[in-house]
Ligand binder design. Structure first.
Ligand code: UD1
Length: 328
């Protein structure tokens, strides 16, 4: 019996693989290596190169490793890219997930943990959002993930398969042991871009929009450490193994920081007063999105251990310095 991690060589997927491997679980990764790196995986974890949208390939790996559980991370994740190229997102995130789930059901897979996103909520400025709020995504990315949640709900009603969909808020940071981190070239994540700017790898940071209806006019997000996110997946798997019901849950800390506040923290942690330009809004960005996280804490017993923006930024900064020496 093994757990298949799709997109396991990517940023968040590799942290899940580390969390599972650290706990002695048997893991197989499938990854098309479009944005992932084999070196992000521990040496004792099997990697099969291929695509989640290739049913024959997925079936062969499920059979080879006797897979009964899947953690599905493989996806496109850049909100503005989805606005420009929506079909890429519906194809990659929605249509390929349909093939993956169809194959999973046919092969008798019992449990799925799915990487969903806070982007399903859309523009929800104000109080932290709970899972009861009707989703209203404003980007093709958010819609592509919401459709995948819907598929899982229907599949779990019709077949012997249970799922947890975790709606991630803004994931950042790196493995505290320095084994993995956000390594995508040309990444667009705020914290990564900011630490790269502090390290002199970029000339400046653009702050997209300072006319939002927020406390300082810039967008507010709930930044969560990638290691706490990985532990939420491990807790979700344990919950389903105990016989828990299928469920959708937010995964964030419940505290929002504005873009300007993040920039201040990155300047403080790095000691570099890097250049930040105020520029117009970026398409597809909701003004503010912060998690209500009572459900995941109560149902899964999730206990985050890195709920601290400075710690997150320090980890991201350390990883970026490591990458710079690795690539030089
Ligand atoms: C991120 C995730 C998305 C997730 C969502 C949940 C990525 C690539 N995307 O999207 O998968 O569903 O969180 O909330 O991680 N910003 C700047 N300058 C920059 C970069 C960003 O001002 O150079 C601003 C953005 O306009 C936004 C905020 O920082 O207001 C965060 O942006 P980003 O890190 O790209 O994440 P999201 O778009 O929120």
């Amino acid at each position: 019996m093994a757990i298949m991690v799709t997109g396991g060589a990517g940023y968040i997927g590799s942290h899940m693989v580390l969390a599972l491997a650290d706990r002695g679980e048997k893991v197989v990764v499938i990854d098309n290596l479009s944005t992932g790196f084999p070196w992000a995986l521990p040496p004792n974890v099997a990697l099969r190169g291929g695509d989640v949208g290739d049913a024959g390939f997925v079936q062969s790996v499920i059979e080879e490793f006797d897979v009964t559980e899947i953690a599905h991370f493989a996806a496109k994740i850049v909100v503005p890219e989805s606005v420009v190229n929506p079909m890429l997102y519906y194809g990659n995130n929605t249509a390929k997930s349909r093939i993956l789930f169809e194959t999973a059901v046919r092969c008798g897979v019992k449990r799925v943990i799915f990487s969903s996103t806070a982007a399903v909520y859309g523009d929800v400025s104000g109080a932290p959002v709970s899972e009861d709020l009707a989703p209203n995504p404003v980007s093709p990315y958010g819609r592509s993930k919401l459709m995948t949640e819907w598929m899982l709900e229907d599949v779990s009603r019709a077949h012997d398969l249970k799922f947890i969909a975790l709606r991630y808020f803004n994931v950042a940071g790196a493995d505290p042991q320095g084994r993995s981190g956000q390594s995508t070239p040309n990444a667009t994540h705020l914290i990564k871009v900011a630490v790269q700017t502090a390290l002199g790898q970029r000339s400046h940071l653009d702050i997209f929009g300072t006319d939002y209806p927020t406390r300082d006019g810039s967008c507010i997000r709930d930044y969560i450490h990638v290691t706490d996110l990985a532990s939420a997946h491990v807790d979700a798997l344990a919950y389903l193994r105990r016989g828990g019901d299928s469920m959708i849950m937010n995964c964030g800390y419940g505290q929002g920081f504005s873009v300007l506040e993040v920039v201040d923290v990155v300047r403080k942690v790095t000691g570099v007063n890097f250049k930040a330009n105020l520029v117009p809004r970026r398409p597809g960005d909701p003004a503010s999105i912060v998690a209500k996280s009572d459900k995941i804490r109560a149902v899964l017993g999730w206990k985050p251990e890195h709920d601290n923006l400075e710690e997150i930024v320090k980890a991201a900064h350390g990883w970026e310095r490591h990458l710079a020496t690795r690539n030089s």
